[in-house]
Design a protein around this ligand. Structure first.
Ligand code: C2E
Ligand code: CA
Ligand code: CA
Ligand code: CA
Length: 279
């Protein structure tokens, strides 16, 4: 039977329900995935609304499962958070991104800051600051090339500890973005807890903008609010020109979404960096 808290001796038992079976299998496979190098990253450009230039990109984790093929992070990230594996994954992503930026720099590409998604769990349960410092040092990178996107989690709320780590990173020169703003656990109250550098407005909001006057008004005012608090604003999930024009009209700083580019593997991203602009 499954023994909680001791991962080495977990054995599947037929009485387990299908949900715990899935969880169990995913967890076992994820452990192997790190060792077997089945994870990789794609990069989605962030574009300056005024100039159309790529000013940043978000690193998004991909998993090529040996039997199932691609598994969506929407499926495996929640399991990784429940099992604590998200900490190993976070460290993997930070190391990978830093060595990727280094290799782009070496090859003479005009590099841009890359944002990485870090679970609040990593803020509490790991040496996040030293992991980031080490990865930056090893690749001779300035802290300004890394941005942390704080993903919301039902498991963890903002504690003093999380805020202390945020402050330490901020002092190092690492920018911090509040992800998925406007939905779920992310709320106005959080803007008081820490002075974020970037506010990412969630795609459900952006995509409702065309259809819904209220959403458009809320988005416009969110942008003003964020600017008033000295934050840059990124709109996520921009798919239509209508959304883009309306966001530009409302002074949104950056746009991320399928309209400009899906998340793409490094070689395709390098092509775009070479061209420099997407318009
Ligand atoms: P997220 O951080 O909100 O990332 C944005 C998601 O929106 C990505 O989904 C991206 O592919 C998708 N997206 C971008 N533009 C558009 C658009 O125009 N339309 C639509 N419909 N979708 C768009 P993805 O890659 O499937 O990732 C899902 C979530 O998984 C992420 O949401 C993030 O919460 C989590 N995740 C992904 N990679 C990592 C990671 O390395 N670490 C952690 N902790 N979480 C990750
Ligand atoms: Ca994100
Ligand atoms: Ca997001
Ligand atoms: Ca999200």
């Amino acid at each position: 039977a499954k023994q909680k808290g001791n991962n080495r001796f977990q054995v599947y038992h037929p009485s387990m329900d299908i949900e715990s079976y899935k969880l169990f299998t995913l967890e076992q496979d994820m452990r192997k995935a790190i060792q077997n190098d089945e994870f990789f990253l794609e990069y989605q450009p962030r574009v300056d609304t005024k100039t159309g230039k790529i000013v940043s990109a978000e690193a998004l984790l991909r998993w090529n499962h040996p039997e199932w093929g691609r598994v969506s992070p929407l499926e495996f990230i929640p399991v990784a958070e429940e099992t604590g594996l998200i900490i190993n994954i976070g460290e993997y992503v930070i190391r990978k991104v830093c060595s990727q930026i280094y290799s782009w720099k070496e090859r003479g590409l005009s590099i841009v800051p890359i944002s990485v998604n870090i679970s609040p769990l990593s803020f509490l349960k790991s040496c996040l600051v030293s992991t980031i410092k080490k990865a930056l040092d090893e690749n001779h990178l300035d802290a300004s090339f890394i941005e942390i996107e704080l993903t919301e989690s039902s498991l963890i709320s903002y504690s003093e500890n999380v805020i202390a780590v945020l402050k330490e990173l901020g002092e190092m020169g690492v920018k911090i973005a509040l992800d998925d703003f406007g939905t779920g656990y992310s709320s106005i109250t959080q803007l008081k807890n820490y002075k974020f550098d970037v506010l990412k407005i969630d795609k459900t909001f952006i995509q409702a903008m065309d259809k819904n006057a209220e959403d458009a008004i809320i988005t416009a005012n969110l942008i003003q609010l964020a600017h008033g608090l000295n934050m840059k604003v990124v709109a996520e999930g921009v798919e239509t020109f209508e959304q883009f024009y309306s966001l530009r009209k409302n002074d949104c700083d950056q746009i991320q979404g399928y309209l400009f580019s899906k998340p793409i593997p490094p070689p395709a991203f390098e092509q775009k960096l070479l061209i420099g602009t997407l318009k």
